[in-house]
Design a protein around this ligand. Structure first.
Ligand SMILES: C[S@@+](CC[C@H](N)C(=O)[O-])C[C@H]1O[C@@H](n2cnc3c(N)ncnc32)[C@H](O)[C@@H]1O
Length: 290
């Protein structure tokens, strides 16, 4: 860094980008810019015209702290507290999985199936509420319930619903797959969606450090073969879905046949699968036929 840029916005970004690159972060410069925009409470466009400005002292200290945490692999979304999903800005914390672009395939599938507005939707393992809230923004008369074992996640999902003006149609509750069964006595759903934990235990150690060390293990770990959550969820679906209602679930690479078998054994008709952008099956669609 030249002496003339020391203390400026651009100088700080350059220094952070070097530090992040040294920590082998592929998106070093982008991350350095995102963190600066966050600290300055501005958007990316602001950075272009203000590179020569001096960074206030408080902003410098905050920026250096965040850059150091990023160098230690803390995900950008946890540092800024926000992640975009389905063009919605969602709050995230270490209690919630960071919503992945891959999961937008589940939302697209749900919207193709959920052609009527007056839907009752259940989201099992709602996390930040991303799936349910994305569907509700597109189906204006639909309403839904999100369930998660993690109470911190439930609070964030509620906060996201409030921010998006969806609190009147989205409810959230702390609970487990198992506690959904008694719930079926109270209400049933036209559509159940879920992105359950599906990573086999043996694969957890090989995950990227950003994921393994920071995202909640309870959102990742699917047990010995990755399918334990699917087995538990499948056992409740007949009770939770109305006749002719649908289940749409996301699963991991190569789990399509096993997930299809689990749902078939639970009495659902497997209608098909949906691939992600790379052409790999990632979503199952099943129907309750009576
Ligand atoms: C893969 S994350 C998905 C989060 C969010 N739906 C998304 O797509 O980003 C799985 C979620 O299931 C929740 N979960 C794990 N075990 C559960 C259980 N037994 N009952 C209810 N929720 C559970 C986790 O806390 C986590 O939020």
């Amino acid at each position: 860094m030249s002496a003339s840029t020391t203390g400026t916005v651009r100088g700080a970004i350059d220094a952070a980008a070097v530090r992040l690159a040294a920590a082998r972060i592929d998106t070093a410069r982008l991350d350095a810019r995102v963190l600066m925009a966050h600290v300055m409470e501005r958007d990316q466009a602001w950075l272009i015209g203000h590179g020569d400005e001096q960074l206030p002292y408080y902003a410098r200290a905050r920026y250096e702290e965040l850059a150091a945490r990023r160098a230690d692999r803390e995900p950008i979304a946890y540092l800024t507290g926000v992640r975009e999903f389905w063009s919605l800005d969602l709050s995230v914390t270490p209690d919630t999985l960071i919503p992945r672009p891959d999961s937008e395939a589940l939302v697209e599938t749900a919207l193709e199936i959920a052609w009527t507005d007056k839907l009752r939707i259940l989201d099992l393992g709602t996390g930040s509420g991303c799936l349910l809230l994305a569907i509700l923004t597109e189906r204006r008369c639909a309403q839904g319930l999100g369930i998660d074992i993690n109470e911190g996640a439930v609070r964030i999902a509620e906060q996201n619903a409030r921010t998006l003006g969806l609190s009147n149609r989205a409810r959230f509750r702390a609970g487990t797959w198992a506690t959904t069964s008694p719930m079926a006595k109270e209400e049933r759903f036209d559509l159940v969606v879920s992105n359950p934990p599906y990573i086999p235990d043996r694969d957890i150690a090989g995950l990227a450090p950003d994921v393994r060390a920071f995202e909640p293990l309870g959102a990742l770990s699917g047990g010995r073969d990755g399918l334990e959550a699917y087995r538990e969820i499948a056992a409740h679906l007949q009770d939770l879905i109305v006749p002719d209602g649908y289940f749409i679930g996301e699963f991991g690479l190569g789990q399509d046949l096993a997930v299809g078998q689990i749902l078939h054994a639970a009495g659902l008709q497997v209608i098909g699968f949906r691939a992600d952008v790379a052409g790999r099956e990632r979503c199952v669609i099943a129907r309750r036929d009576d």
